[in-house]
Design a protein around this ligand. Structure first.
Ligand code: ZN
Length: 164
């Protein structure tokens, strides 16, 4: 997708292996591939298990809870659609129920604000290990992306006291 409907945002362009992930996200479900031969969960999606080399795959529903494993702060130069919101954090989140699987996404201060601006979280107050929960943002017609909402006591601090 190159997207006249995206407002200049970059949209996912799934391949055959990744398409189910994005279909589930559109339904509001976070699922990861799981090998039906040895039980290993894996991400990003791919046709073959890296442990046993089996091709049997199912998609396991996960809780969507995780921890901030790392983050970077994006600064210009950026594409125009992103530059107006910079600087903003981009998170690497490790899933609570699929340790070792880490997903990239942007942060939002609350589960009630899936559409919050990219800079709605104060990066100076982010802490590694902060609990997060997946939320879903409709980014363009037919395109939904997962984001990460700060939860628990860390969210109020990291949100910099902005209303949630
Ligand atoms: Zn396997």
């Amino acid at each position: 997708m190159t997207g006249d409907d995206s407002g200049g945002l970059l949209l996912p362009w799934p391949d055959a292996d990744g398409e189910p992930f994005w279909q589930y996200v559109r339904r509001g479900e976070l699922r990861v591939q799981c090998c039906t031969d040895c039980g290993l969960r894996r991400f990003p999606p791919r046709p073959c298990c890296p442990r046993c080399h089996g091709f049997g795959t199912r998609w396991d529903l996960v809780s969507g809870r995780g921890r901030l494993w790392s983050f970077v702060v994006a600064h210009p130069p950026l594409l125009p659609a992103y530059a107006a919101q910079a600087p903003y954090p981009v998170a690497l989140v490790e899933l609570d129920d699929a340790p070792g699987i880490r997903l990239v996404g942007t942060l939002t201060p609350s589960v009630r604000r899936p559409d919050a601006p990219l800079d709605a979280v104060d990066t100076a107050r982010l802490r590694i290990g902060a609990p997060v929960q997946v939320v879903y943002q409709k980014l363009a017609p037919g395109v939904t992306v997962p984001r990460w909402a700060l939860t628990g006591s860390a969210d109020r601090a990291a949100a910099g006291g902005r209303p949630g």
